[in-house]
Design a protein around this ligand. Structure first.
Ligand code: 2BA
Length: 105
């Protein structure tokens, strides 16, 4: 069994969850915050059998849209450039983790 963790834009998370449900996958949505932009995003946690991981990633990638925005660099002094930089986010950042045990009591 694997645990799929997908960090994605809040606006894409509901459609992703709906499609996961439709295909019979269970998921948990956790409100999260990106360390760079400090803006809210969503982390979906999906426990799934190994052979279903590719299908789950397909659903995530079909629903996670790529977005870009300009971020003023004066709030990130470490970047040491003036003005603004264009930052691209998404569609989704996905981690696939081995599950040692899955227990429901
Ligand atoms: P944030 O950390 O807010 O990052 C938003 C976007 O800013 C990133 O998009 C990336 O394009 C850019 N970015 C991040 N750190 C940067 C830096 N030091 N310098 C320049 N640009 C930077 P994504 O890569 O699509 O990531 C979207 C969100 O996924 C991230 O939001 C974070 O919440 C999560 N994430 C991405 N990689 C991660 C990782 N290795 N571990 C944990 N969370 C991660």
């Amino acid at each position: 069994m694997k645990l799929v963790m997908a960090i994605m834009h809040n606006d894409d998370s509901q459609d992703t969850i709906a499609e996961l449900n439709k295909c019979g996958y269970h998921s948990t949505k956790v409100a999260s915050t990106g360390g760079f932009l400090s803006s809210g995003n969503s982390t979906l946690i999906i426990g799934v059998e190994d052979e279903k991981v590719d299908d789950v990633i397909r659903i995530i990638s079909e629903n996670g849209k790529v977005r870009s925005q300009y971020v003023p660099t004066n709030i990130y002094p470490s970047l040491e450039v003036g003005g603004a930089i264009k930052v691209q986010t998404g569609g989704a950042t996905v981690f696939v983790i081995n599950v040692e045990q899955f227990i429901q009591v």
